[in-house]
Write a protein that binds this ligand. Structure first.
Ligand code: PEP
Ligand code: MN
Length: 350
């Protein structure tokens, strides 16, 4: 339930609405807006009787949120949320962001070369996994903390904010010390204790759609994060499993406009995991931006043939540069633009 106050409602009237909600056994969430304040109600699992608030002074309207998720819904908040990644980069505005880099951080040489290459082509942020959720326990599992240190070094070298995955609660705190944005992978989309843990951290979260998750499942998982107090969630379509094995996953472009209608959270797309095939990444990356995605996350490796994970879907740096040229044109055609690369941090001289 959302209680919309008159534009001239006083602080006292707003507090009286909050108290009425507390008296009903729920939690009020006051949301001051440019025109007027709204007070959301959370904690209910079903319809709420609005009769005690509807007649209170200063109340203009009571709206009932019809979806199972609340705080992530457009009914709750009309304007798209802008998620700041630091260094002047934000996701969810007119600018389309491009997060690029290798699947995994493998060495200092590899991550710094990747960061320089994607920065030169105009990327807005650097990706790279230090903790890798691999289907096989015998596959490369990532460099762990050392990988985070190398990402921080690559950030220092290039000025690109870093996005990297956390796989468990303890790991999330460690990742938050280094990363500008914590990625939760497809396999962890419904790890509810992890969702709650990142909800308590003060870092933006990139939440990827689960391998067999519906859009409602994805939004309910995001709700866990907002319910703990972290409003900065970026959703990510990365393909789902279907009966068709022609590509690694079925990249669901529908999810982009559907989510944008249902939720105020920004949504980006991952054509790398969505297709699993290098030659399909470029057309589907272009398609995602044309469909209105707020950004893409794409795997790029200085030497994909030697990559320790996801080499077959990783772009060569030259391919990435071509993709960026096309994305400039596509973004312009739909009245958006590619986000400019973040300003380099001036290094102290001396
Ligand atoms: C990744 O980004 O490298 C990754 C493991 O993605 P997903 O969780 O979407 O499979
Ligand atoms: Mn990968």
């Amino acid at each position: 339930m959302l209680v919309v106050m008159h534009h001239d409602a006083s602080e006292r009237e707003i507090e009286a609405v909050c108290q009425a909600i507390r008296d009903m056994g729920f939690q009020p969430v006051p949301m001051p807006g440019e025109q007027r304040t709204a007070v959301g109600l959370i904690g209910n699992d079903g319809p709420v009787d609005d009769s005690t608030v509807i007649g209170l002074p200063g109340v203009a309207q009571v709206l009932h949120v019809s979806k199972p998720y609340k705080q992530v819904s457009r009914e709750w908040k009309a304007a798209t949320t802008l998620v700041p990644l630091g260094r002047g980069v934000a996701v969810g505005g007119r600018d389309v962001v491009v997060i690029a880099g290798p699947c995994s951080v493998e060495s200092e040489e590899q991550i710094v070369a990747a960061a320089r290459a994607v920065r030169a082509a105009g990327a807005t942020a650097l990706r790279g996994g230090a903790f890798k959720p691999r289907s096989s326990p015998y596959s490369f599992q990532g460099l762990g903390k050392r990988g985070l240190e190398l990402l921080a070094l690559a950030r220092q070298e290039t000025g690109l904010p870093i996005v990297t995955e956390a796989m468990d609660e303890g790991g999330a705190e460690l990742v938050a010390e280094y990363a500008d944005c914590i990625q939760l992978g497809a396999r962890n989309m419904q790890n509810y204790s992890l969702l709650r843990a990142v909800g308590r951290l003060r870092r933006p979260v990139l939440l990827k759609r689960g391998l067999a998750a519906t859009i409602t499942d994805l939004l309910l998982s995001a709700e866990y994060i907002l319910a703990e107090g972290n409003p900065h969630v970026i959703l990510c379509e990365r393909g789902v499993r279907t009966f068709d094995s022609a590509a690694r996953n079925m990249f669901d472009l529908n999810a982009i406009p559907i989510v944008q209608r249902l939720s105020h959270l920004p949504i980006i797309a991952d054509p790398s995991h969505g297709t699993g095939l290098r030659d399909k990444v470029i057309p589907m990356g272009r398609a995602a931006v044309a469909a209105g995605a707020d950004g893409i996350i794409v795997e790029v490796h200085p030497n994909p043939d030697r990559a320790l994970s996801d080499g077959a879907q990783s772009l060569f740096p030259e391919q990435f540069a071509h993709l960026m040229e096309a994305l400039h044109l596509i973004a312009g055609a739909i009245d958006r633009r590619l986000a400019p690369s973040p300003a380099r941090v001036e290094l102290a001289v001396g």
